[in-house]
Design a protein around this ligand. Structure first.
Ligand SMILES: NC(=O)c1ccc[n+]([C@@H]2O[C@H](COP(=O)([O-])OP(=O)(O)OC[C@H]3O[C@@H](n4cnc5c(N)ncnc54)[C@H](OP(=O)(O)O)[C@@H]3O)[C@@H](O)[C@H]2O)c1
Length: 303
């Protein structure tokens, strides 16, 4: 009662059937080989006694000595036995085959069922993502991209701005102060120090990028979005070129300063489809003593 429990190895029904079948075949073959040996020995003995020792020499069937007749009949039995073992029983019997077929059909049915479920899931997922795009649900609430571009979308050179427009800098400060600003590592490095009164989120692929206290470092734009404080009502993406390009699909608003001039540049704002955007504000400014170029403040919101 308290002895060690006997471990019974688990084998499934199919394996059990195969083992039973193999055992059956082995004993069938053994019996057949025994039969053949027994036949040869017995037939030889009978022939020796009948033909050489003349035992029952007068007893014939159709003038054939009885030992030969017995040997031929017995040989026919041996052939019948061989046919039974090697041909009729060579394949698993019909019952076994039927059972295997049923199992196979069952397995296929289960596989089809699984496939159907996964296809349904995929369809649902595709449908959801279509709705997602249609409703612009993938955008980050009120994410605003703020940028100053010249006529050919120039935005910077040698990791610096190309122009200085006092009102544009003022506007940048007014709009972004008190907010979270997301930027690429290069743009961050273009500042002499972090901008006051703004939460900086810097994107880099570097593992141990050092920043002053209070600055958040992330390894992707998507990770940057997870760092936007819950209380933030209008997070900003402030550049540069690489980050603007990746951020446009997530953006709901663009604050653009269009500088009406052309410059030599190495960094550009990406082309974006104006059909998806509605211009809601456009203020033109002329040149003056503080502004070397004409420019416009334009606001777009996603349609
Ligand atoms: N006119 C404007 O309004 C304006 C505004 C901002 C900036 N700018 C100008 O734009 C230029 C800088 O722009 P930029 O395109 O060269 O650089 P950037 O976008 O500021 O920064 C690029 C860096 O960001 C990191 N990064 C980019 N994508 C990433 C991702 N998916 N995952 C992780 N890290 C990623 C990489 O940093 P690591 O190399 O460290 O991995 C990459 O080298 C400067 O000239 C600047 O003055 C102009």
């Amino acid at each position: 009662m308290f002895g060690k429990k006997k471990i019974i190895p688990k084998i499934d029904q199919e394996q059990l059937e195969l083992i039973t079948y193999a055992q059956k075949r082995i004993s069938q073959k053994k019996r057949f080989y025994g039969h053949v040996v027994f036949f040869f020995i017995s037939a030889s003995v009978l022939l020796i006694f009948n033909i050489f020792l003349k035992l029952g020499a007068n007893f014939t069937v159709l003038e054939i000595p009885w030992s030969i007749v017995v040997s031929i009949v017995w040989f026919l039995f041996v052939i019948y036995h061989a046919v039974k073992v090697f041909i009729l029983n060579a394949f698993m019997n019909a019952k076994w085959e039927k059972k295997q077929l049923e199992k196979l059909v069952d397995a296929q049915k289960k596989r089809l069922e699984k496939l159907k479920i996964s296809l349904e899931k995929e369809d649902k997922h595709i449908a959801q993502s279509k709705d997602f795009n249609k409703n612009n649900m993938q955008t980050i609430p009120n994410l605003t991209l703020i940028v100053a571009t010249a006529e050919a979308n120039e935005i910077g050179k040698n990791n610096d701005l190309i122009w200085r427009l006092r009102n544009d800098l003022k506007r940048f400060k007014a709009l972004t102060s008190g907010h979270c600003i997301i930027m690429g590592r290069k743009t961050f490095e273009s500042f002499p120090k972090p901008l006051p009164n703004r939460l900086h989120i810097v994107i880099t692929r570097q593992a141990n990028y050092n920043v002053p206290e209070g600055v958040i470092v992330v390894n992707s734009l998507e990770e940057a979005f997870t760092k936007i404080p819950e209380t933030e009502k209008q997070p900003f993406v402030i550049g540069g070129g690489e980050i603007y390009k990746q951020a446009i699909p997530y953006t709901e608003r663009i604050e653009l300063t269009k500088v009406h001039a052309n410059f030599d540049a190495d960094t550009f704002f990406p082309e974006f489809d104006l059909n998806q955007w509605k211009e809601v504000n456009n203020e033109f400014h002329t040149k003056d003593e503080n502004h070397d170029y004409e420019f416009s403040f334009i606001t777009y919101i996603r349609k």
